[in-house]
Ligand binder design. Structure first.
Ligand SMILES: [Zn+2]
Length: 123
């Protein structure tokens, strides 16, 4: 494919988005990723503060996740740290809290179990 064709396609996509009011995929949507430290699959999400965090797939019961490590992914893909709040029964966790490339998490048997599960897969 010629570069000109690619540019034309991009312009068409942006024009279409502008006309329909629908957002083109951007930094706020999640993007699948593989952790460079351990090879686990997770998804990058942008936080409300503009930082990026890898969120583990799947949900956990919020009560087994320590306050401050509970995350929620908003409808637009933004990752929100819940702090001590428990707005629902379940929450997500950051891969950074359970990555075997980092020190084992303390204070939560569930996070430690996830950390060990990832560690088992690392050669
Ligand atoms: Zn990792």
């Amino acid at each position: 494919m010629l570069v000109g064709d690619v540019l034309a396609g991009m312009t068409a996509a942006v024009t279409h988005a502008a006309r329909t009011g629908r957002a083109v995929p951007d930094a706020r949507s999640s993007s699948p990723a593989t952790c460079g430290a351990c090879g686990a699959g997770a998804a990058w999400h942008r936080t409300v503060r503009g930082r990026w965090v890898m969120i583990e797939p799947g949900e956990l019961p919020a009560r087994v996740v320590p306050a401050g490590r509970r995350w929620r992914v908003a409808g637009d893909g933004t990752a929100v740290n819940l702090g001590p709040a428990v707005p629902s029964d379940t929450c997500r966790v950051s891969h950074f809290d359970v990555c075997p490339g980092r020190p084992a998490p303390t204070g939560s048997p569930v996070l430690l179990a996830l950390w060990r599960g990832h560690a088992r897969r690392v050669p």
